[in-house]
Design a protein around this ligand. Structure first.
Ligand code: IMP
Length: 446
């Protein structure tokens, strides 16, 4: 039995999609466990590139079932567009399933999201979250308020109509909602077209567990955007942690065999919220340009900075990481040295080493402490070719040393390294640290 969980270990956009796609080669089922069209998992294949928002990367592989899982909020019209694009590009190769427990994210949630975020920003520009505008917060609010519509209910006309009546009544103060009749008819149409894909995934996944078939849980967003353990309120409305992935798939904790946290060799953040290791303007512009740091969903430029080990230690502990995948190491190639944040110091001299403050106001006055690590050479095509041929031992020595430093500082082995956007440009690495279990609690109990 293998159940692997992939989660974002920073603020999202760590190239989780690419790592999940790499690991999907060994999976039978790949399940997206939370979020919805706020995600953008970019995959670059030889024949085409694609950005998946609501479908699991499992649908890109023959013999794999890609499930949009129970914990998700899925916008039906957008998912139909995504399916059409994949079909046109001839990339819909796996089986596609949408859980009957996933919630229907409606166009009215998108209108409400924009209205609410504008309301926050109008009260105080510093309080706007800068959401993706895809309706995530309102869709989860309706889910937990028990106003929502589930995919399994799209074919139950009376329930659907009654639920829409309630939703329109409840949201009557929200300006600019689409006419109810129009929404109902497009929803019925989408529901009918999606009906062949809507399934109860519970028997599939438990059957897989019984047969020992490998399952991969594909996290979206990131642990630091978790509604409870992220930088609240500058977070998303789901639980993008390993525990959240289990809830979002409907699987029990003892089945988990591996939890892989994905982190870039530097850091980025999109939307508002604290970002202590944000770089100076010139360095940020460099990272944005070389790293192509623009949102795959919104096109917004991402704020860029340096790897933050305080946060990475926190994420490792919170999620029980068994390994790390470090991505975009090629972006830093050619730099003389690479700053890494090892601690924060508060204005009263307190050192923060393995967790950020809970209250957002307590970030003020914290200063990151950096250690500069030796840089590694540029990733020219010959080097990439050598790594493809010889594996991880061909990674530059300075980069190996950087990865060993990350392992030493986090207690988690770096088992995967991604050095380019293409599907092939990921290498499995046998860690010298050799940790294969969640970081022991004793390590944190100082
Ligand atoms: P929401 O998920 O659209 O409500 O956005 C809440 C916050 O999470 C905003 O700061 C977004 O920019 C951020 N966010 C949501 N999804 C992603 C993602 O997939 N990558 C990076 N940031 C995200």
């Amino acid at each position: 039995m293998t159940v692997r969980i992939v989660i974002g270990a920073q603020y999202g956009d760590e190239a989780k999609g690419k790592i999940t796609d790499y690991l999907a080669a060994d999976a039978r089922y790949v399940v997206r466990t939370g979020g919805g069209p706020n995600a953008g998992h970019s995959i670059r294949l030889t024949q085409a590139s694609v950005v998946l928002h609501q479908l699991s990367v499992g649908v890109l592989r023959r013999g794999v079932t890609g499930i949009s899982g129970p914990g998700m909020v899925v916008q039906p019209m957008r998912v139909l567009d995504e399916m059409r694009e994949l079909e046109e590009k001839k990339l819909l190769l796996g089986e596609l399933v949408i859980s009957d427990r996933a919630h229907v994210l409606l166009p009215i949630h998108e209108v409400e999201d924009a209205w609410e975020d504008a309301l926050r920003a109008r009260q105080d520009p510093a309080r706007g979250i800068g959401t993706t505008g895809r309706g995530i917060g309102p869709a989860y609010a309706d889910r937990y308020g028990r106003w929502g519509i589930r995919y399994g209910e799209l074919s139950h006309l009376d329930t659907l109509r009654a639920r829409l009546d309630m939703l329109y009544e409840r949201k009557r103060l929200v300006p600019g909602l689409p006419p109810r009749a129009e929404l109902e008819s497009s929803l019925l149409d989408a529901g009918e077209r999606l009906s062949p894909y809507i399934r109860d995934v519970d028997p599939m996944l438990f059957g897989a567990l019984e047969r020992g078939e490998p399952i991969l849980l594909e996290g979206a967003q990131s642990a630091l955007l978790d509604i409870d353990f992220g930088t609240y309120p500058f977070v998303t409305s789901s639980h993008p942690t390993s525990a959240g992935a289990l809830v979002g798939a409907g699987l029990p904790p003892q089945c988990v065999t591996e939890v892989i946290g994905v982190a870039k060799a530097y850091a980025t953040r999109v939307g508002a919220g604290p970002f202590l290791t944000r770089a100076e303007a010139e360095e940020e512009a460099y990272l944005q340009r070389v790293g192509g740091e623009r949102g795959a969903t919104t096109g917004r430029a991402r704020a860029c900075g340096w790897l933050d080990l305080v946060l990475l230690r926190y994420v490792a502990r919170l999620n029980g990481l068994t390994s790390l995948a470090i991505t975009k190491v090629d972006v830093l190639g050619g730099l003389e040295s690479v700053p890494v944040c090892t601690a924060y110091v508060g204005s009263d001299g307190t050192r923060w080493t393995d967790r950020p403050p809970t209250a957002i106001d307590d970030y003020a006055g914290l200063t990151p402490v950096y250690e500069r690590r030796p840089g590694w050479p540029e990733f020219h095509p010959r080097l990439a070719e050598r790594i493809r041929r010889e594996g991880a031992r061909a990674l530059p020595a300075e980069l190996q040393e950087f990865l060993a430093f990350v392992e030493k500082e986090t207690g988690v082995s770096v088992d995967y390294v991604s050095y380019g956007a293409h599907r092939d440009e990921t290498v499995r690495r046998t860690s010298r640290a050799g940790h294969r279990r969640p970081t022991p609690i004793s390590r944190w109990a100082k």
